[in-house]
Design a protein around this ligand. Structure first.
Ligand code: BES
Ligand code: ZN
Ligand code: ZN
Length: 512
């Protein structure tokens, strides 16, 4: 899909459709929307007067120009109340409204089979919202909503959008819009890449296949990629990771991606190094602590953490950010079999700490334990991990936001800030020492489960044992990685939640 930014008036453009956004409480039309309304003999005013379209957020309406404009259709989309856009400190919420509104308009475009349309960023002047950011949010909403997964359909409906044009009359604003649009495209493409990976079924996307995809991504984005197989993982003594993988015939892979401003890691005091660790369980049956069919339905997506790490690193490479990144993705299947990890097994992890396994379905923390202590060996300035870790996070927060945990206030706050900016919101949980009591084992140093109450915190606290005091932040995305219903810019299925969150976190990175 191609985005163009052009100088000119929207009422003079010839395209298949024009999308115009409108505020709910804006009674008098002004600017480009007024110019169009005049050309179509007040049809927009009439629509508003008859209250068939109010401008409520995500509401859409279509008007036909009947040859009074070079473009036959005008799609109106509501932005909600204008008043809410004038409140200082609410920019994140407003950007989310832009994202949603243009996502909703784009859904309408898809339903109509339209291939190309034109639009403008602001319907009117907005002082509190940055033009570049609004342009980014708008482009994101369109790209995210245009996403479709029809790879496995033998008969495909062609609903693909070819491109769209953003019109702007003021030449001084063009540069900011162009820059925002470029960011929007890169951010949304990161999400869509993660969605594509997480939507792949377990029989296709095995650990080997994920590692091949990582190598391909590395070739395309000038990243370094190293894939460790069984003998090398054994050599590293990552027994906690290997224990999880032991139930499957598919061999585990440890995927390591590296990005540096010159194509590889740069040794420079001014350039910080961050390790990004993502859970890469390509299918989670639960192991011998077998899940029910119902609970297994979403478990092909248990590698979303790994997918969003891959997508965010590719995004950083496209943006050429001045950072060193190490992506670490332990990839395996969690299946029951004669060789699977058993209840009561005790393993010695990569860190040397012993772990008693009391539930094989709490496998994410086992593979992450080794990946986190391995990440420390690279000596990064901070470690970020992201994982579909616990169903308890979904009970706590629903499907609205993810959970954030960590041992540095600044890191957690940076993640919360990135969540506001991207609409991929995160909510903080505590990690007090009291939780450590719950995972004390009678036989080993630690056990991998600690009861149902507070289970998301317990899982995070388990991970903390493997990072110690190393600066670390953990994001649990188990409630948000999959959407059962269509939302303005989120189709059913994999959401790719976390790709834009990480990308924003890295874009705003300003030291620990
Ligand atoms: N992959 C699951 C967590 C999950 C649940 C992800 C729902 C996405 C949607 C994880 O490996 C798991 O099974 N966790 C268990 C842990 C329990 C046994 C302590 C859980 O949360 O139920
Ligand atoms: Zn599990
Ligand atoms: Zn899992």
């Amino acid at each position: 899909m191609k985005v163009n930014v052009k100088k000119g008036k929207i009422d003079q453009i010839k395209d298949q459709a024009i999308i115009l956004s409108h505020f709910e409480d804006q009674k008098k039309l002004t600017g480009p929307i007024k110019a169009i309304d005049d050309r179509v003999l007040g049809m927009i005013s009439h629509l508003l007067k008859n209250k068939d379209f109010s401008g409520e957020l995500n509401q859409t309406a279509i008007i036909y120009s009947q040859d009074r404009l070079p473009t036959p259709r005008i799609i109106l989309v509501g932005l909600g109340r204008r008043k809410e856009f004038d409140v200082p400190g609410q920019a994140g919420e407003c950007l989310e409204k832009f994202r949603q509104a243009f996502g909703s308009a784009c859904r309408r475009v898809k339903e109509l089979g339209i291939k190309s349309f034109s639009t403008i960023v602001f319907p009117t002047d907005l002082k509190e919202i940055d033009l570049g950011k609004a342009s980014q949010a708008m482009v994101e909403g369109i790209f995210l909503s245009a996403y479709q997964m029809d790879q496995y359909k033998t008969i495909k409906k062609d609903r693909s959008l070819k491109g769209f044009t953003i019109m702007e009359e003021d030449p001084e604003k063009i540069e900011a819009i162009k820059k925002g649009a470029k960011f929007g495209e890169i951010f949304a493409q990161a999400t869509n890449l993660a969605r594509n990976l997480a939507n792949q079924p377990g029989n296709i996307l095995t650990p080997t296949r994920l590692s091949l995809d990582a190598e391909k991504l590395a070739r395309e984005n000038n990243l370094r990629c190293k894939v460790l197989s069984l003998p090398e993982i054994e050599e590293l003594k990552m027994n906690s990771f290997l224990a999880v993988a032991s139930g499957s015939k598919e061999s585990p892979k440890l995927i390591i991606l590296e990005y540096g401003p010159t194509g590889h890691l740069v040794k420079d005091k001014k350039i910080d190094t961050l390790a990004l660790v993502g859970k890469g369980i390509t299918f989670d049956a639960g192991g011998l602590s077998l899940k029910t069919t119902e609970l297994m339905l979403e478990m092909k997506g248990d590698m979303t953490g790994g997918a969003v790490v891959m997508a965010a690193i590719a995004g950083v490479a496209k943006l050429k950010l001045p950072l060193n990144l190490i992506g670490i993705i332990p990839a395996a299947e969690n299946l029951p079999s004669g060789s699977a990890l058993k209840i009561g097994d005790i393993i010695t992890s990569h860190s040397g700490k012993t772990v008693e396994i009391l539930n094989t379905d709490a496998e994410g923390r086992l593979i992450l334990a080794d990946a986190l202590s391995y990440a420390k060996t690279f000596g990064p300035d901070a470690i970020v991990d992201i994982a579909t870790l616990t169903s308890a996070i979904k009970i706590a927060l629903g499907t609205i936001c993810a959970g954030v945990f960590g041992n540095r206030e600044r890191l957690k706050n940076q993640m919360i800030q990135s969540g506001q900016e991207t609409g991929e919101r995160v909510w903080e949980f505590p990690l007090w020492d009291d939780y450590q009591e719950l995972i004390r084992s009678d036989l080993a140093d630690i056990k991998n489960v600690g009861g149902k109450p507070g289970a998301a915190i317990i899982a995070a606290r388990f991970l903390q044992n493997f990072v110690g005091d190393y600066p670390w932040v953990h994001v649990d995305i188990a409630g948000v990685d999959f959407s059962e219903k269509e939302k303005p810019y989120v189709p059913k299925g994999a959401t790719g939640f976390g790709a834009r969150l990480l990308l924003q976190f890295l874009r705003d990175w300003d030291g620990i």
